[in-house]
Design a binder for this molecule. Sequence first.
Ligand code: NCD
Length: 317
Amino acid sequence: MHEHFRDLSADMTHSFLGRNIVSARDFTREEILFVLDVAERFENRHLALLPGRILATLFYEPSTRTRLSFEAAMQRLGGSCLGFADKGVSSVAKGESLSDTIRVVEAYCDVVVIRHPLEGSARVAAEATPKPVINGGDGANQHPTQTMLDLYTIRKEKDRIDGLKVGFLGDLKYGRAVHSLVETLCHFDVNLTLISPESLRLPEAMLESLRQKDIPYREAVEILPAAADLDVLYTTRIQKERFPDLLDYERVKNVYQLNRKLLEGVGPDLTIMHPLPRVTEISTDLDDYPRAAYFRQAANGVTVRQAILALVLGGIA
Ligand code: NCD
């Protein structure tokens, strides 16, 4: 083991080697906490653990944070990156299948990060290659590395995850960051508050799964009083690109706007998170609110993705 990681579990480190990161469902509580522990070791430290290794980023959907923080993470680890950020410039535009693209790209890299509008696409990609594939978001389905950085942020801001009252606000129907995080929070002792318009409630299958796992939750439409006693409020963008009918989007696009005035009605400890990008759901007058954690959350993306890349590529073993 590398000297900075020698006290961590070698078995756990080994279990991540060459592994696909496709769904938050694939990880146990211990594995998630292990990733967070490894990520902590990268805080303010430049460890060039992956010299000569190459990350391919295949982005078939828009992205700023996920792609750039993966690239920053890889470069901080001493590796390099290639890829495309627009499917219009790749051979998909000529009709190439995802599996064919992956089988070609695997020869150019050591690990692939893919973002794609189709649910299940990351799994398809992972099955097409022996190289590790990391899901950077597949449609409304999953965004597992966002979840790891979200949990890292929660633990850093609140010193714990167990025992917290966590609220979700906005598009709980189409938000993949919400779906991954809710499912992963089921490994913890949390109490959930789900605030959304009626048409954007968390899918019934997920609610059923919360009931089966005995995770206490309540649903609400209005921010207050539901958010008044929460520890964390995870705010989300209404996912315009996922609505089959844009008229339905128009009806809900501005339903929520968090601002300073509204926060007068909540406890002083409420931490505001957002995976970003925001549109109108968080007013800029909240940006210098001490508990507005969303820019710190985005910065944590690099740290956590360094941990994920180093683990998957055997950099700390
Ligand atoms: C999220 C996504 O792409 O799912 N963004 C991100 O990765 N930080 C959230 C969103 O687009 O609303």
